[in-house]
Design a protein around this ligand. Sequence first.
Ligand SMILES: NC(=O)CC[C@H](N)C(=O)O
Length: 231
Amino acid sequence: MKAAVVTFPGSNRERDIARALKHASGVAPAMVWHAETDLPAGTDLVVLPGGFSYGDYLRCGAIAARSNIMAAVQAHAARGGLVLGVCNGFQILCEAQLLPGVLMRNDRLRFMCKRQNLRVERTDTAFTHRYAQGQVIDVCIAHGEGNWTADADAVARIEDKGLVAFRYCDANGVVSPETNCNGSVNSIAGIYSEKRNVLGMMPHPENLIDALVGGTDGRGLFESLASRMAA
Ligand SMILES: NC(=O)CC[C@H](N)C(=O)O
């Protein structure tokens, strides 16, 4: 797999992502500074990592979405190339209009840093085919602005087309207001683009790849990507 991890001023999860990709695929990704204008030749997967790009001014991800490299990321996505945005990366993808909707402040108006169950909504994608349909995974969240919303038409389109990737749930996979950790519409934790080649998600699968440091439920995502790329 040829992967590229884009780093912005204020990114802080780029090494965790790089480690997860190397662990799954055996190949270290290229690290690409945001000021670059091109992705490395032959890039299959672009990852926008978590963090606090530009200190979360003006809105989380708003300035990073206008970085030089984003034109190349847009072109890569338009060609059908894979793009993964985690946490601040998801915020950047929405601000760049590669994904619909926006991430508002958590409804509790607090930064949430905790373990959270997610339900895998579909497994016929490049990102999730190593999981089981409806599988409940245990990952970390760490964000102040993860409250995804969109206008009613966009939400209906996403639901009708099955573009929800993950929902916040309890340990049995039950989705309810109590398990919705940040107030997102329909407990949405991650969404796909229409062609399902772009995934944005608030939780951090890259931090759950090692049993010695918390668990391995994030591995499925990186192993899905690695096997798809190798094929
Ligand atoms: N861990 C992160 O990527 C944080 C995302 C973002 N800066 C927020 O707090 O909402």
